[in-house]
Design a protein around this ligand. Structure first.
Ligand code: BES
Ligand code: ZN
Length: 853
């Protein structure tokens, strides 16, 4: 396969760096189109290799001068970097380059956002700032001097601790060796929201959230989340913060959610700014999780970093797992697990069962930015969760202590990670390691037998071959199982079965009668479980399972089965199902947030995937109609209950984003959406008028748009929020996500013609184009209008911002599921993108992989 993609980079080709660095000194003379970057770097030969080639990465840099040990040199410069003759022993490299932050629209390297200078260096952006060995296994301490203007850039920030400050300059020193991808610089007219934290050993840390003037009243929640994250990492992982200061900066133009630069985290403003009037409960929860995630990287990512980018899951999978644990502790473990599995199935299963399928640790890439995927992140976190399930909580804790002790300061690998578990537990993890190297979602099927008081579960696992991985070996699957008696008692509490063979049986004896099994509790492994089960049994588990995940899962399986019947056979929803749903809705012993999840139907894309798996060709229009019909039936069946639920879930007093209040509003929002289908929007219009928080305001507006009403509210909303960029993103997005299929493309097109459609801003671009690609029936409009609109805009964005463009091509990753007409339309659009002039490497790689051509 090596020749198919000539510019690809392979894990197997890893070689250690020829030269190592102890310290780096950088001076920035800021100017929008001609920033000068001066570097002074001491290189020394790496004793672990005899390779002495000197290669520095560099892109879009104007080299002004270069010196070695004080003598001017003339390096050989290419588009990707430079080479130069050097002494064979330690030497000092000095260079001066010029860069243009203002014209850097890719938002990678040093760029400008609303007059503010900021950087994004992960994965390979530092090479757009200066010549450097831009690879994570080269770690150094950094001293950074920033020279700005007292008027334009009064605030000058970089990593580490401040060591000097003047009117128009500042100096920072980061004592912890780090790779270049963790470098950051921010300069601008910023206001701080201050805070402080006393660490477990009694050290006081200064905390700041820096924002543009006008946003300072949206920082309190983020600050609180930061303090809770710092405390949690001490309590749960024994990890203390290690600098005098921790800064967070909010920027409006950012490709991702946020970035963990050492001591200077940079956030997309949507991932940190929050206020009750402008942010939904979901926004608050996401902000809390992202703040935690980036903070947790201080240990899992920064103190211990990755040897090379193939090891990305070492930091991302682990840090996602840690942020999931944190959210579970802050809110509800059951609700968090269900939400995580929903996201895993919607994003990772979708990816792993299509043309972009790749292992948690990929073996090759063309553009590393294309591998910040649901597989690396979410399946990466699942793999760690399984490891913890297999070894147990105590051993997990010991292994993590050993990991931090043994690898602090290292650029580590997955092998290092697994070794600490082997050394802690004495287990052989060779088979477990297949989770990192084999792609695809394993299918787990089970048959059950009962005789003479013995209950037997016969499991079988299979993983589809994928290109390059024609044969797959059995993986270790932890299967958490509990058994219930027909009267609903738990006769066998949760037991973890460890499956290692392709086919394997497990027995339980001494049972009085045939039990009802609850399999894969807590979703103990990222697999697709298939089991011949009846709707009676599903309804039983929905009512009686003691495992909240499987309780929810049974309801979901029931809904999926009913929707599948409606789509393929045109049946109507059964009364039993509606009654089971009613019982959950009315069960006051259940957490409202759980009830909200149980009341939401399986998504249309999930149904499409499920039908496809079952050998059918999903029709997005039919799926949409079945969804509508089922929603209407539920709305009518429970019509008397909705007003009661809406009243009962009302949270008195001023808005608070806490989990309990948010759970009530979630259930209230669902009740309102159903009621809107039978009261022609009367209650929603009322709620819109009265709402004092964004959750209820947006919920009401969405409910109205779903029944093609709400025009007045929509313009009032715009008028009210026209000066708030983040709320305007919601205004754009909601119209597209709630559009009826036949209108989606034209609504989206009209919005792209709106003067406020600032398409160079990734949040705004995603609000319209991203939302269209996620409105399933609207995107798959049989005329192909949405495909064409999305493709047009991707072609337009690519030269400006390849990273965001490439990411959004995944809209098309499911194309093989659909009928030939749709396949032809999509193939044409993908080929049109592939043919566009000067297509980026990022987008080129993605489109090529999706097409499989
Ligand atoms: N390290 C990443 C940010 C990043 C991703 C930089 C890709 C460069 C390229 C950061 O830690 C991260 O993972 N952010 C996530 C949010 C997180 C909660 C999963 C993001 O930005 O979406
Ligand atoms: Zn991360």
């Amino acid at each position: 396969m090596k020749d198919a993609t000539p510019q690809a980079i392979y894990l197997s080709d890893y070689t250690p760096p020829a030269w190592l660095i102890d310290d780096v000194h950088l001076t920035f003379r800021l100017s929008p189109t001609a920033t000068r970057v001066l570097s002074r770097i001491t290189f020394r030969p790496n004793p672990e290799t005899t390779d002495r080639r000197f290669l520095l990465h560099g892109e879009n840099l104007k080299l002004i001068s270069a010196r070695i040990d004080g003598t001017e040199v003339s390096p050989e410069v290419t588009d990707e970097g430079l080479t130069c003759d050097t002494p064979q022993k330690a030497f000092v490299w000095e260079a001066e380059v010029e860069i243009s932050p203002e014209t850097n629209t890719a938002l990678e390297g040093l760029y400008m956002s609303n007059g503010m200078y900021c950087t994004q260096c992960e994965a390979q952006g530092f090479r757009k700032i200066t010549y450097y060995p831009d690879r994570p296994d080269v770690m150094a301490t950094f001293t950074v001097r920033i020279e700005g203007s007292a008027k334009e850039t009064p605030i000058l920030l970089s990593n580490g601790n401040p060591v000097g400050l003047g009117d128009d300059w500042a100096e920072w020193h980061d004592p912890w060796p780090k790779p270049a991808y963790l470098f950051a610089l921010v300069a601008g007219d910023l206001i701080k929201h201050p805070g402080s934290f006393t660490t477990m050993s009694g050290k006081e840390v200064e905390l700041n959230i820096w924002v543009r003037p006008g946003d300072e009243n949206k920082c309190a929640f983020g600050m609180d989340a930061l303090k809770r994250s710092m405390k949690w990492d001490e309590d749960v992982y024994g990890r203390e913060y290690d600098l005098d200061i921790f800064n967070i900066v909010a920027v409006d133009d950012f490709n991702m959610g946020a970035m963990e630069n050492k001591g200077l985290n940079i956030f997309n403003s949507s991932a940190v700014l929050a206020s009750p009037e402008t942010s939904t409960d979901a926004n608050f929860e996401r902000i809390e999780a992202i703040i935690a995630h980036e903070y947790f990287h201080n240990w899992t990512g920064n103190r211990i970093t990755c040897r090379d980018w193939f090891q990305l899951c070492l930091k991302e999978g682990l840090t996602v797992f840690r942020d999931q644990q944190f959210t579970g502790d802050m809110r509800s473990h059951a609700v968090k697990r269900i939400s995580d599995v929903l996201s895993l199935r919607a994003r990772q299963f979708r990816e792993d069962n299509g043309p972009l399928s790749h292992p948690v640790r990929p073996e090759s890439f063309v553009e590393i930015n294309n591998f910040y995927t649901a597989t690396v992140y979410e399946k990466g976190a699942e793999v760690i969760r399984m490891l913890k399930t297999l070894v147990g909580d105590d051993a997990y804790s010991k292994a993590l202590d050993l990991y931090f002790e043994r690898h602090d300061g290292d650029a580590a690998t997955i092998e290092d990670w697994l070794k600490v578990f082997e050394d802690t537990t004495g287990r052989d993890l060779n088979q477990f390691k297949r989770w990192y190297s084999q792609s695809g979602t394993p299918r787990l099927s089970v048959n059950t037998h009962f005789s003479d008081g013995t209950y037997r579960l016969d499991f079988k696992q299979e993983t589809q071959p994928t290109p390059g991985q024609e044969t797959k070996l059995p993986q270790v699957i932890p299967i958490a199982v509990g058994l219930l008696s027909p009267n609903g008692d738990e006769v066998v509490p949760t037991t973890v079965l460890e499956m290692t063979e392709s086919e394997q049986s497990f027995s339980f004896d001494g049972l009085a009668s045939e039990p009802i099994p609850s399999i894969l509790r807590e979703f103990s492994a990222p697999v697709i479980l298939t089991r011949q089960s009846t709707n009676v049994e599903r309804a039983f588990l929905l009512a009686h399972d003691t495992d909240p995940f499987n309780k929810w899962e049974s309801g979901r399986a029931l809904a999926k089965d009913i929707l599948a019947q409606m789509i393929t056979k045109g049946t109507s929803p059964s009364g039993d199902y509606l009654d089971a749903l009613a019982a959950v809705l009315r069960d006051d012993t259940l957490d409202p947030a759980f009830r909200a999840l149980a009341m939401s139907l399986p998504g249309q894309d999930d149904l499409a995937q499920t039908l496809f798996e079952a050998g059918a060709t999903p029709d997005p229009t039919k799926i949409y109609r079945a969804h509508q019909t089922l929603k209407q039936s539920i709305a009518q069946h429970l019509q008397d209950t909705w007003p009661r639920v809406i009243a009962e879930m009302d949270v008195p007093g001023p808005y608070s984003p806490d989990a309990e209040a948010a759970g009530k509003r979630a259930l209230q929002g669902i009740a309102l959406a159903y009621l809107t289908r039978i009261d022609a929007g009367a209650a929603a219009a009322r709620q819109y008028e009265q709402a004092d928080n964004m959750t209820q305001q947006l919920g009401a507006l969405g409910a109205l748009l779903s029944i093609e009403k709400g025009a007045t509210e929509l313009s009032a909303f715009r008028e009210q929020w026209k000066d708030d960029r983040l709320v305007m993103d919601k205004w754009f997005g909601l119209q597209v996500s709630h559009a009826a299929p036949e209108n989606a493309a034209s609504i989206a097109r009209t919005l792209t013609e709106d003067p406020a459609f600032d398409w160079k801003n990734p949040n705004r671009f995603r609000a319209v184009i991203g939302a269209l690609s996620m409105n399933p029936a609207g995107f798959h409009d049989p005329t192909g209008a949405s495909y064409a609109l999305v493709a047009d805009w991707l072609i337009r964005l690519d030269p400006i911002n390849p990273q965001t463009t490439a990411r959004m091509t995944t809209a098309f990753e499911t194309w093989r599921r659909y009928d030939v007409d749709r396949q032809d339309l999509i193939r044409e659009e993908l080929r049109r993108i592939a043919r566009s002039d000067g297509l980026s490497r990022d987008t080129g790689e993605m489109v090529g992989r999706i097409l499989g051509e």
